[in-house]
Write a protein that binds this ligand. Structure first.
Ligand SMILES: *[C@@H]1O[C@H](CO)[C@@H](O)[C@H](O)[C@H]1NC(C)=O
Length: 129
């Protein structure tokens, strides 16, 4: 009597969402694991510019992904948003070093100020000297 009607509830939408977000996740993992330093930006974002200039100034040539020019930009944006912990703040710039999420402008500046940024970049192979 309580037969099998539970099993097939609501699965197709769930699966579609899952596969869309997991392919974006794969795309992002591929980019961040294949490049020593990756910066996700949006054009016209002032702090994105600051973070890129800081990295260039240290001699790092980061891989830059501009979300407003990328076909998966919107999905990547939501992924970064959840990575950064939400809170209504802009998830860019988002900086990855050595395949790991470092953070946004505060994290990068903080590491720069306390001297941990350069060793991190060296470990990741982004700086040789
Ligand atoms: C340096 O600053 C970063 C960012 O604020 C922090 O996460 C890290 O723990 C600090 N490291 C040291 C050694 O103080």
């Amino acid at each position: 009597m309580l037969s099998s009607s539970f099993s097939s509830s609501s699965s197709s939408i769930g699966r579609m969402e899952e596969s869309a977000s997991s392919s974006v996740y794969e795309k992002v993992s591929l980019v961040v694991s294949g490049n020593a330093v990756v910066v996700f930006t949006i054009s016209g974002c002032c702090m994105c510019h600051v973070v890129k200039q800081l990295l260039f100034g240290l001699g790092v040539g980061p891989t830059v992904v501009e979300l407003d020019r990328d076909s998966s930009g919107r999905d990547i944006h939501s992924l970064l948003y959840s990575l950064a912990g939400g809170g209504g703040r802009q998830p860019v710039p988002a900086v990855f070093v050595g395949g790991k999420f470092l953070g946004g402008i505060e994290a990068v500046m903080g590491c720069h100020i306390n001297g941990t940024l350069v060793p991190l970049l060296k470990d990741a192979g982004a700086l040789w000297l």
